[in-house]
Design a protein around this ligand. Structure first.
Ligand SMILES: [Zn+2]
Length: 72
């Protein structure tokens, strides 16, 4: 899929509604990133890393984050 242009410099994108974090480098249609963009309930992390997302209690998306032990 096409990376949202406003996040061309970010890899990790959190969904505030579901507390899931997506890897934009591996996002699939199942991630519904376009819908997330439309709902504007997303956030970026600083630093832009998976550990930082975890620190904020975001869980990895099972569709696009594969290197994770506790993905549901
Ligand atoms: Zn995802």
């Amino acid at each position: 899929m096409t990376r949202p242009t406003r996040f061309e410099h970010s890899q990790w994108l959190g969904d505030k509604r579901t507390q899931r974090v997506h890897d934009l480098d591996a996002a699939t249609d199942a991630c519904a990133i376009d819908e997330l963009m439309a709902a504007e309930t997303f956030l970026c992390f600083g630093p832009d890393t998976l550990p930082e997302a975890r620190n904020r209690c975001y869980r990895p998306c099972r569709h696009c984050v594969t290197d994770d032990a506790d993905a549901a």
